[in-house]
Design a protein around this ligand. Structure first.
Ligand SMILES: Cc1cc2nc3c(=O)[nH]c(=O)nc-3n(C[C@H](O)[C@H](O)[C@H](O)COP(=O)(O)OP(=O)(O)OC[C@H]3O[C@@H](n4cnc5c(N)ncnc54)[C@H](O)[C@@H]3O)c2cc1C
Length: 400
């Protein structure tokens, strides 16, 4: 599966930070983490911290999948608004999922600080714009329910948004907890940290299948080697849809473009993630090296032959949309790219055991805040391994 176009900004910016050997012999390990993107990096970190013997493998180099293409806006806000999620799973459960997102961002901030990881992590606020008058009606309803559940929100009318941010909209929810990060660098640094603490890491090592027929699962690699283990945690991102018969996500393509450094922006925008209620939605943020990053223009159409052309057209459209809501902005494009993206029917991730595999867990943080979900997976996997239930397990379960 093509997870991204070639020009992935984070990869170009950072280069290949750390390289690992490929696996050439049969191996044993207590826990095998499959996937070395941001999810695998976070999950393996939690496992190493908890004292497990961990091996991590990836079919590509580390973090070369979606984690090198992401715009890495860390939001507690789920693609399905709280008022709609409440209708789907009940208000108390929906509020729990939203609150868990806030908690996850704060936990990631602590992790990055404690481990002193240089990955451009910045706490920010988040501004959710009504793109039309009609959308402002449900967005106001969304604000009321978020406010009721003390999610740290303020309602700003169109004039306040224009005055404070220079952005044109029909009203907005301002949330006090959000963040941004370079997920590619964070994944690399975390995996390197744990490799130094004894975690075995193999890149360019692809699994062909998981065999759960014997005692303890084993993984058979494309090259024929076997890894015998007690438990597997699949952090295989959007390609997990190839491992599972259950349809967990709809996949499509999303696009992003980043400006040259030194773009002139209203100072309030520097500290704010911005997204809107449009379909598909437009999202944007600054980077720690003085650029402005915008994303959106999702589409089902991803014909590989025309990928370069589509990407260029989509980047142009993103910039034109930006110029409409921030008149006078001078956005000079430096890079643009596209990547696979997936959404679930309720905006929630799949974290837990799939009935299709024994002794195997999946951490699939799909959606616009996939990374926030991956952080939640850290505590969930530790609880599952101890045989404990987790308060989110029911809502993030397979077969729902
Ligand atoms: C343009 C774009 C913008 C986005 N914006 C945001 C955002 O603002 N905020 C947010 O939270 N999320 C965002 N996302 C989603 C985010 O990128 C993903 O949620 C996140 O990167 C998923 O990380 P991951 O580690 O689960 O997957 P990946 O980074 O894809 O890692 C999975 C790894 O598993 C490996 N793998 C798969 N199959 C096998 C196999 N058979 N054998 C061995 N290894 C295998 C792959 O090689 C890959 O490296 C965005 C995505 C895109 C494309």
């Amino acid at each position: 599966m093509r997870l991204r176009t070639f020009e992935s900004f984070w990869l170009v910016k950072n280069g290949i930070l750390y390289s690992y050997p490929s696996l050439q012999t049969d191996m044993n390990t207590e826990i095998l983490v499959i996937g070395g993107g941001i999810t695998g990096a976070l999950i393996s970190h939690a496992l190493v911290e908890a004292g497990y013997e961990v091996m991590l493998i990836d079919r590509r180099d580390i973090a070369m999948g979606s984690s090198s293409a992401t715009t890495s806006m860390l939001q507690y806000e789920i693609d399905v608004p709280l008022y709609q999620l409440s209708e789907m799973i009940g208000e108390a459960a929906a509020a729990l999922c939203y609150r868990s997102g806030v908690q996850a961002i704060l936990e990631l901030e602590k992790l990055v600080k404690d481990q002193k990881i240089d990955c451009g992590f910045q706490m920010k606020e988040s501004l959710y714009l009504a793109h039309s008058k009609k959308a402002s009606i449900w967005l106001r309803e969304e604000f009321e329910i978020r406010n009721k559940h003390q999610l740290g929100v303020k309602w700003l009318d169109a004039a306040e948004v224009k005055r404070n941010y220079g952005v044109i909209c029909h009203g907005a929810i301002l949330s006090e907890v959000a963040a941004s990060v370079d997920a590619y660098k964070l994944a690399h640094e975390l995996i390197q940290l744990n490799a130094k603490r004894g975690m075995k890491v193999f890149d360019q090592t692809e699994i062909a299948r998981i065999d759960t027929s014997g005692i303890g699962p084993k993984v058979i690699l494309e090259t024929g080697q076997r890894i015998q283990t007690k438990k597997i945690v699949c952090c295989t991102g959007f390609e997990s849809t190839k491992l599972l018969k259950e349809k967990v996500a709809d996949l499509f393509y999303t696009y992003a473009t980043v400006s040259e450094q030194g773009i002139q922006l209203n100072s309030a925008i520097q500290n704010t993630l911005i997204w809107d209620t449009g379909e598909p939605y437009l999202y944007m943020r600054t980077t720690d090296d003085g650029r402005f990053l915008i994303g959106g223009e999702d589409s089902l159409f991803n014909f590989q032959l025309f990928q370069q052309k589509i990407k260029e057209r989509k980047a142009g459209k993103l910039i034109r949309k930006l110029e409409k809501i921030i008149p006078g902005i001078e956005f000079i494009e430096d890079f643009s790219w596209g990547g696979t993206f997936g959404t679930t029917k309720d905006g929630l991730p799949y974290i837990g055991k799939s009935p299709e595999y024994e002794n195997t867990y999946f951490v699939l943080g799909f959606g616009g805040n996939g990374i926030t979900f991956s952080v939640q997976g850290m505590g969930m996997i530790l609880d599952f391994l101890k045989g404990k239930d987790h308060k989110l397990a029911h809502f993030y379960r397979f077969g729902r």
